[in-house]
Design a protein around this ligand. Structure first.
Ligand code: ADP
Ligand code: ZN
Ligand code: MG
Length: 484
């Protein structure tokens, strides 16, 4: 039997506010354990939460950027469970009345557009962290993260392949980064994703039993875990088994999912409205103000790049997925407006490739690359003006990457300017032809392919600095005229 996969993602995005959601403690990462805490976020009795207005503003930004309907009134709910990192015994979240519902994210995959529905977005507080490996005989609790604001963004079960799920997550992350509410770093846990996967017979419209997988801390993990689940579930059904609704954990080392617990039901959490917090009302004027303050979003920027710079859709997609990359690109085009497509190539195959190779991209900043965009513009200018060949440009680029020096400086210092002097080239060509008399004879007997051999030899002799067109022309001329 052939199965179709059905996938829905639940994403938790840590918000970039300065302080926590219900107290004034700092959200700064890296403080000494339990340093960023107070009676509110450590759950002491007799204290009351006070809502951080900025958290609501960030939720509104995210909701509007994903086309959600915003509730005029929403409600805080207590989600009750016991765990050592949750001193209050409940998490403040939203349940029946979330702040936003019915949105969507548009993703592009292999040239097609697809809308993935958003069921809801709500705000909630994060829990602390249990530390198990610091002591051999005890576990420790760090409450710095307790009370840090999160957005939970729940998608509809609209995705059908691991690639779609990955692309959805990339698109969502891009939006959150553009509107500056979340840094989107999956490795550090500021963006977390749980994947819900079920399978059903090809052609069926009913939903199968879903399995939730947690502990997905990279895009690769999300796609791999979904792939694994589709296969595991299909094989289980084909072997006559049935799927158990449960929560599983991704084991990144062994690349398998493992059963963690049977799936809890909503009623296990005894949700009820939090009596310490008023219902949240958001005035239409506030919504309008936030809407007006939204920056250009990735999808709009992608379209603009295609129109304004005449870029193929693929380039526009790669360049706009990250805000820092898009800004770098535009600054480079501004510095050298004549050739937007070539600049795009240099960013995609040059800058982004070396950043990836050196794993600089975990912090997601192209600004970590040593050369400012103006220098990339200057490099392309040197090529266009014929001062250096495309091949030499690669050498210059590597040197820019290592030393951060300007391309003109590198070309001057290393004497990389193209040889365009006919006389000088002719001397080199004569030497090469004189050193290879048999090959010259073969060429003249009709082995045209040998031209490339001669080109290569002269390039070698000039350390790649010969102007290619000029060299080709001169060589052809020499090889035929000398024959006459
Ligand atoms: P729960 O109550 O278990 O949290 P929800 O209905 O809230 O379940 O859905 C959680 C996530 O699971 C959502 O992203 C949703 O799209 C997805 N989902 C729901 N049903 C299925 C299914 N049958 N297969 C795959 N994903 C599903
Ligand atoms: Zn606090
Ligand atoms: Mg749910």
């Amino acid at each position: 039997m052939e199965y179709e996969a059905v996938i829905g993602l639940e994403v938790h995005a840590q918000l970039l506010t300065e302080s926590k959601i219900f107290c004034g403690c700092s959200t700064k990462f890296g403080a000494a354990p339990n340093h960023n805490t107070c009676p509110v976020c450590t759950g002491l009795p007799g204290v009351l939460p006070v809502l951080n207005r900025r958290v609501v503003e960030f939720a509104l930004r995210a909701a509007l950027a994903t086309h959600c309907h915003i509730a005029a009134a929403s409600r805080w709910a207590r989600k009750n469970y016991f765990y050592p990192d949750l001193p209050k015994g409940y998490q403040i979240s939203m349940y029946e009345l979330p702040i936003a519902q019915h949105g969507y994210v548009t993703l592009k995959l292999n040239g097609h557009s697809k809308r993935v529905g958003l069921t809801r977005i709500h705000m909630e507080e994060d829990a602390g962290k249990n530390i198990h490996d610091a002591h051999s005989d005890a576990s420790l609790v760090d409450l710095n993260r307790a009370g840090v604001p999160l957005l939970e963004i729940v998608s509809e079960p609209d995705m059908r392949t691991p690639e779609e799920a990955g692309e959805y997550l990339r698109s969502l992350r891009a939006i959150l980064q553009y509107i500056e509410v979340c840094d989107g770093n999956m490795e550090e846990g500021s963006l977390r994703c749980d994947a819900n996967v079920s399978v059903r017979p090809q052609g069926s419209t009913a939903l199968g039993t879903k399995v939730e997988t947690k502990n997905l801390n990279s895009f690769r993990a999300v796609e791999k875990a979904i792939q694994y689940e589709i296969q595991r579930q299909s094989e289980t059904l084909n072997a006559g088994g049935r799927i158990v609704q449960e929560t599983r954990l991704w084991d990144a080392d062994r690349e398998v999912t493992r059963s963690m617990r049977s799936k809890e039901q909503a009623h296990d959490y005894r949700y009820f409205s939090d009596p310490d917090l008023l219902p949240l009302t958001v005035a239409q004027e506030w919504i309008d103000t936030v809407q007006a303050s939204l920056p250009e979003l990735p999808a709009e920027r992608r379209e603009r790049f295609m129109q304004k710079y005449n870029l193929p859709s693929y380039d526009a997609e790669v360049l706009t997925t990250r805000k820092d990359v898009a800004e770098y690109y535009e600054a480079a085009v501004h510095a050298y407006p004549s050739d937007p497509k070539i600049l795009s190539n240099w960013i995609m195959d040059g800058v982004l490739r070396v950043i990836k190779d050196e794993k600089l991209d975990t912090g997601l900043k192209i600004t970590k690359w040593p050369c400012p965009p103006e220098q990339l513009g200057a490099l392309v200018r040197l090529i266009d003006e014929g001062k250096i060949s495309g091949k030499i440009a690669k050498t210059v680029f590597d040197e820019m990457h290592h030393s951060g020096k300007a391309p003109e400086t590198i070309v001057t210092e290393q004497g990389l300017t193209q040889v365009r002097d006919e006389g000088a080239l002719a001397v080199q060509i004569d030497q090469v032809l004189a050193a290879n008399p048999e090959k010259v004879v073969e060429y003249r007997a009709g082995r045209d392919k040998l031209l490339q051999f001669f080109v290569g030899q002269v390039m070698k002799a000039t350390q790649g600095k010969a102007n290619p067109q000029m060299l080709n022309e001169l060589l052809r001329k020499k090889l035929s005229t000398d024959h006459q």
